[in-house]
Design a protein around this ligand. Structure first.
Ligand code: FAD
Length: 469
C-alpha cells in the first residue's frame, strides 16, 4: 500500500489534521490508521455521562460543524452554548471520517495498529486477521497519538485493591451505583468532577459522597469560553489573563488575581490549589460541588482494603458497602515538547492552549502551505499540556507569542480568522460592540507586558529544558 501521509491515530487530532490537509493541499493521499474499531479516539471508551467541557461550536474538524450552535435553556449550562454528549461526539467523528473517505483522497483503517518502521515501509497490522502489511509513505508519518489521552477505561489502576474492596472505573458508575450505600470518588480532575456531579444529579445526598482529592485544582469559569454571539465573554477572559499576567510578581499573586477577577475558580477557596489542567466549570456546578464536605487530602491512594484506604500521607476508614470510583487516569498526557515538524515525521502537539482540534488543523494547514520545516516550527512551537500552576505562565505567554507570529503571515492569519475551530472567529462581527471593544482594548493594553512578566514567572525553566518558542 502507498500513501503520502500515514496518520497514526483517528482521534480528534488525527482527523482534524487530515481534514485540513486534504482541503488545503492538492494531490495528496492520506491514510489514517487506528487500533480502535471506529474513528473518534478516546471518546469511544469514555464514561457514559461524559460531555465536552467546552462548547461544540469550536470542536471537531474544520470542515464539518458539530451540533447546531444552540444555547442551552435549562440545566447548569443554561445560557451557554451547547456541549455535545459522548454519543454525539462519536457520531460526529464517524461522519467526519466517512466524509473524508468519500473524497477518495483519504483512507481510514480502523482496527489497524501501526507497529513502526520495517524494511519495506511502516508495518500495519489488521487486528482482526493478524495480517501485517507494509505501508510505503511517500511524504510523512503523522504521529497523532503522541498526546494520546489516558482514560479510566483503559489505564492501569495506580493502586492496589484488596479483596472485599469495591472499586469500579467511572464508566461503570451508572450500572453499579444502586447497590452502594456510600461513594468515594478518587481523583482531582474533571472526571472526578463529572462523577460527583453525576451522583448529585441522581439524588445522592452530598454526605454520602467522599471525595479523595490528592490535589486541589483550578478551573476556568465556563462563562469566559462562549463563542459566536457571546464572543465578548471570551475576550473578557483573555483581558483578565493579560491584566493578571502583566501585574503579578509571583505565581501566588497571579492565581490570586485570576481568582479575584472571576477568571479561575477553585472548589474550596480556603485551601491552596496547585493543580491546573485547563478544564472548566460553570458557577452552578461549583455551587453543587461545594456541598460535598467530606474531602480527604492525604495524597494519592496506595491501596484500598475492605475497611481502610492507605494513602501517601496516612490512612482513612472505608467500608465494603462503599463504592470507590476510579477517576485517577491522567486524561491529558504530560509528554515533553519535541519539534512538531521533522524531516519525515509530524508530531501533533498543543500549540495554542485549550485548542486541540484547532492545533491539529493548523498544523495541517502549514504542512500544505509551507515547505521549510524550520519555518513551520517557528509558526508552531510546541506548548506542553499544563499540570500545575507553575505551567500557566509558560503556556499562556507561549500562546500569545505564537499568535503574534500568525498575525504577521497573511495567509495563516486569514485561515485562523475563518476557521470554525478558532475560539474568536466571531470577533470581527461584533467588533463595534462595547462588550467586545472594552475587553479587547484592555487585552491589547496589557498583553505585551504580560508576555514579559510571565517569562519571568515561567516555572518550566527551573525544571529543565523546554523547546524555545
Ligand atoms: C474525557 C475528556 C474530555 C475532553 N473534553 C474536551 C473538550 O471538551 N474540549 C477540548 O478541546 N478538549 C477536550 N479533551 C481533550 C482531548 O484530549 C481532545 O479533545 C481529543 O479528543 C484528544 O484526541 P487525540 O486524537 O489527540 O487523542 P486520542 O483520542 O487519545 O486518540 C489517539 C488515538 O491513537 C490511537 N493509537 C495509538 N497508538 C496507535 C498505534 N500504534 N496504531 C494505531 N492507532 C494508535 C489510539 O487508539 C487512539 O484512538 C477531553 C479529553 C478527555 C480525556
Amino acid at each position: 500500500m502507498d500513501t503520502d501521509y500515514l496518520v497514526v491515530g483517528a482521534g480528534a487530532s488525527g482527523l482534524a489534521f487530515a481534514d485540513t490537509l486534504v482541503t488545503e493541499a492538492e494531490n495528496v493521499h492520506v491514510t489514517v490508521v487506528d487500533r480502535r474499531h471506529a474513528p473518534g479516539g478516546h471518546w469511544l471508551q469514555a464514561y457514559p455521562f461524559v460531555r465536552l467541557h467546552s462548547p461544540s461550536a469550536y470542536y471537531g474538524v474544520n470542515s464539518l460543524a458539530l451540533g447546531e450552535d444552540g444555547i442551552d435553556e435549562a440545566g447548569l449550562n443554561a445560557g451557554y452554548y451547547e456541549r455535545a454528549t459522548g454519543e454525539q461526539v462519536r457520531e460526529y467523528f464517524a461522519e467526519a471520517a466517512a466524509r473524508l473517505t468519500r473524497t477518495g483522497r483519504v483512507s481510514v483503517l480502523t482496527g489497524h495498529e501501526c507497529l513502526g518502521a520495517g524494511s519495506d515501509g511502516e508495518q500495519v497490522r489488521d487486528l482482526d486477521t493478524g495480517v501485517v502489511q507494509a505501508v510505503r509513505v511517500r511524504r510523512k508519518i503523522v504521529d497523532a497519538r503522541y498526546l494520546e489521552a489516558s482514560i479510566p477505561a483503559t489505564h492501569t489502576l495506580p493502586f492496589d485493591v484488596a479483596s472485599g474492596a469495591r472499586v469500579v472505573a467511572v464508566n461503570d458508575l451508572p450500572s453499579t451505583a444502586q447497590a452502594a450505600s456510600s461513594y468515594a470518588v478518587l481523583g482531582s480532575g474533571k472526571t472526578a468532577v463529572d462523577a460527583c456531579m453525576w451522583l448529585l444529579d441522581n439524588d445522592v445526598e452530598p454526605d454520602r459522597i467522599r471525595w479523595i482529592r490528592p490535589r486541589d485544582a483550578w478551573f476556568y469559569d465556563r462563562r469566559h469560553f462562549q463563542p459566536l454571539e457571546q464572543v465578548g465573554t471570551m475576550m473578557e477572559g483573555l483581558a483578565l489573563d493579560a491584566e493578571a499576567g502583566a501585574q503579578a510578581a509571583t505565581i501566588d499573586e497571579l492565581f490570586g488575581q485570576l481568582e479575584a477577577s472571576g477568571r479561575l475558580l477553585r472548589i474550596d477557596p480556603a485551601r491552596p490549589a496547585t493543580m491546573y489542567r485547563g478544564t472548566m466549570l460553570s458557577a452552578g456546578e461549583l455551587t453543587a460541588l461545594r456541598q460535598i464536605e467530606d474531602v480527604v487530602r492525604l495524597g494519592r491512594v496506595r491501596r484500598i482494603e475492605a475497611d481502610r484506604i492507605v494513602l501517601e500521607g496516612g490512612e482513612t476508614r472505608t467500608s465494603p458497602e462503599t463504592l470507590h470510583v476510579d477517576c485517577t487516569a491522567l486524561g491529558l498526557t504530560n509528554a515533553p515538547a519535541r519539534p512538531v515538524f521533522e524531516a519525515a515525521r509530524i508530531v501533533l502537539q498543543q500549540v495554542r492552549h485549550l485548542s486541540p482540534c484547532f492545533n491539529a488543523a493548523l498544523i495541517g494547514f502549514l504542512e500544505a502551505h509551507r515547505g521549510d520545516d524550520a519555518e513551520k516550527n517557528r509558526l508552531c512551537p510546541p506548548n506542553p499540556y499544563p499540570s500545575s500552576i507553575g505551567d500557566w505562565p509558560r503556556m499562556t505567554s507561549r500562546t500569545w507569542r505564537t499568535e503574534a507570529r500568525w498575525l504577521s503571515e497573511p495567509d495563516v492569519a486569514a485561515w485562523v480568522a475563518a476557521s470554525r475551530l478558532h475560539l474568536l472567529r466571531a470577533l470581527p462581527d461584533h467588533a463595534t460592540e462595547p462588550s467586545v471593544q472594552v475587553p479587547l482594548k484592555r487585552y491589547l493594553t496589557h498583553v505585551t507586558a504580560a508576555i514579559e512578566r510571565l517569562g519571568q514567572l515561567d516555572g518550566s525553566k527551573s525544571r529543565g529544558p523546554v523547546l524555545t518558542a
